[in-house]
Design a protein around this ligand. Structure first.
Ligand SMILES: [Zn+2]
Length: 225
């Protein structure tokens, strides 16, 4: 996996301090798991944080944050149905299961082949991942059909997207498996999925995303973001 787009330094520092909202902590954790570069930065941030808190024994803050998060979400005792268990689907569906990061599999509790997608416009479907009523952030999977474009949109808050399969292009470049788009509120973009395969992304958003144009605005409640 070659990763070309990384997390913003401010996201990494907040993650290391255990200060990210739940959805962002999960996307960050999924990216850090596959990206040695960002993993090194998290370790550096933890070391600096530990040195600043010199009265407190340094601990792996981000790991604690992830464990606490899973406990709060009640996912600690969930098990994920494996592809070789009865009823888990075909071998093609089983190979798709490698798409989901382990932490997301724990939260969803089913293989990706059994996810109930909600249609959210032509060629776009989503699946919201429950984080509890008190969560200030939203986490969802988005599947965009091969060759399709997501309506041009800006953001009213922080948004982090990680590509899990397929690839898309926008004005920031090409985003493929493992890449993250860590976007400020002032960035407007229009991702276009490559024609070879569908693109599945894991998305964390802070507040509702605002789509431009009448038709996308009609679709926005369906997308649920
Ligand atoms: Zn990275």
């Amino acid at each position: 996996m070659t990763i070309n787009h990384h997390l913003d330094d401010s996201t990494i520092v907040s993650f290391a301090a255990g200060a990210l909202p739940a959805a962002f902590a999960i996307v960050t954790s999924a990216h850090v798991a596959v990206c040695p570069s960002c993993r090194e930065k998290v370790a550096q941030a933890e070391t600096i944080g530990g040195a600043l808190l010199d009265d407190i024994e340094p601990v792996a803050l981000s790991q604690c944050a992830t464990n606490n998060l899973l406990e709060q979400l009640g996912a600690g005792d969930k098990t994920v149905e494996r592809p070789d268990e009865p009823g888990a689907g075909t071998s093609a569906a089983a190979s798709q299961d490698k798409v989901l990061p382990p932490i997301v599999s724990l939260l969803i509790g089913t293989p990706i082949s059994q996810i109930k997608w909600q249609r959210a416009g032509r060629g776009i479907s989503t699946h919201q991942i429950a984080l509890g009523d008190k969560a200030a952030s939203k986490l969802f999977l988005m599947k965009i059909a091969a060759g399709r474009a997501v309506p041009e949109h800006g953001h009213t808050g922080h948004e982090v997207t990680m590509v899990l399969s397929g690839a898309y292009n926008d004005k920031c470049g090409r985003f493929a498996c493992g890449d993250v788009a860590d976007l400020d509120p002032d960035v407007e973009h229009q991702p276009v999925v490559e024609a070879s395969e569908d693109c599945i992304c894991l998305v964390a958003v802070e507040r509702p995303t605002r789509f431009k144009g009448l038709l996308p605005r009609i679709f926005q409640p369906l997308v649920g973001i």
